[in-house]
Design a protein around this ligand. Structure first.
Ligand code: 5GP
Ligand code: MN
Length: 335
């Protein structure tokens, strides 16, 4: 948490004269959108305005969230987003650890902005900003927003909108309250959010009962050819651009596919390789169990990073070469 003196400095900044912008990472997920909108609704409760800016579009299954439609998508609204960041007095940096994670457009804007920058995030190795609240042990940035509200002594301001957004962020980043860093504290906060009006059945249904036929067909395709190597310890899944096109791929359609690899008994790592729809690179998702550190692995070999048990990366070769290189790299690892 921020120190008490940082909290009082931040309190002083949170006044109507200051323009507030909230920014998330590229390809925003449930936690990025949940924490940003949750914070925005909280600032509204305090009588403050704030713009939520995301670098690019986010999945349809998150668009039910209160005020999701008001989010400024920088890819579509360059001028509005650029000016808001340029004119901001305060920028909240949520759910990412380094400016470049918000992409080639927004990243440099953040670096140049004259605003006071406040980072709240749970990824490893955060860059330095004016205020940093970084904790890799917390399962979701949305949970950290609750801690932040609490530290401001404002827990009584939490209303249904805030509760729904934070609940969604925590639910998605913990894989439905299952992943390792899910703690008793997480559940206590979630209990508070339910009391404030977050409806677990509604949120789960809006967020997760949203399969399209194309997504299920893509899933069937990759499950049908899942490969397990290294004595059953590593699962490999992949998708090619032509297949994405054939099934009418839409943003978010492949979310969570990588987790199927980990559901196989005995696997420790799951890797999902996907050709980018437009550019010549392979987007990789890694997931792992227990102490197997895919963050380090991805940093070392695949130009990426993330968390110990969930990381991503990028690779510039063909998908076949990427998977071959991956097999060589894992041979040297002790998992
Ligand atoms: P995903 O597989 O869902 O894209 O990403 C898993 C986690 O790794 C997320 O927390 C995400 O922020 C992080 N991540 C994904 N891609 C990258 C990357 O290229 N670089 C870094 N540093 N982290 C990434
Ligand atoms: Mn997160």
């Amino acid at each position: 948490m921020f120190t008490p003196s940082e909290i009082s400095e931040i309190q002083k900044l949170l006044v109507p004269e200051n323009k507030i912008v909230i920014i998330t990472h590229y390809n925003p997920d449930g936690d990025a959108i949940g924490s940003s909108l949750g914070l925005k609704h909280f600032l509204n409760q305090k009588g403050l305005e704030a713009d939520v800016i995301v670098p690019n579009d986010f999945p349809k299954f998150l668009k039910w969230m209160p005020d999701a439609k008001k989010i400024i998508i920088a890819d579509y609204k360059r001028k509005v987003a650029g000016e808001a960041i340029y004119n901001a007095d305060i920028i909240f940096i949520l759910d990412f650890n380094a400016s470049h994670r918000s992409g080639n457009l927004v990243g440099p804007w953040i670096e140049k902005a004259r605003a006071k920058k406040i980072l709240i995030d749970h990824h490893q190795q955060p860059e330095d900003f004016d205020f940093v609240f970084s904790d890799v042990k917390v399962p979701a940035t949305s949970q950290m927003i609750y801690h932040f509200i609490d530290a401001l002594n404002d827990a009584e301001l939490v209303n249904q909108d805030i509760a729904e957004c934070l609940y969604t962020g925590i639910m998605t980043d913990t894989g439905g309250f299952r992943f390792r860093s899910t703690s008793a504290t997480t559940h206590r906060i979630v209990a508070n959010l339910i009391e404030k009006g977050a409806d677990p059945a509604m949120i789960t249904s809006n967020t997760w009962d949203t399969n399209t036929v194309s997504r299920l067909h893509l899933l069937a395709l990759i499950l049908g050819r899942i490969e397990v190597v290294k004595d059953g310890k590593v699962a490999i899944l992949w998708l090619k651009r032509d297949e994405l096109k054939e099934f009418g791929f839409q943003k978010g359609d492949t979310e969570g596919f990588v987790n199927y690899g980990l559901s196989i008994m005995g696997t420790q790592v799951s890797a999902f390789f996907m050709e980018d729809l437009y550019e010549d690179f392979i987007k990789i998702s890694f997931r792992s169990k227990e102490d197997v550190d895919v963050n380090q692995f991805s940093r070392k070999y695949f130009n990426g990073g993330g968390h110990i048990n969930a990381a991503g990366g990028k690779y510039m070769k063909s998908i076949e070469e990427t998977i071959e290189d991956f097999k060589v790299k894992i041979a040297d690892e002790n998992f």
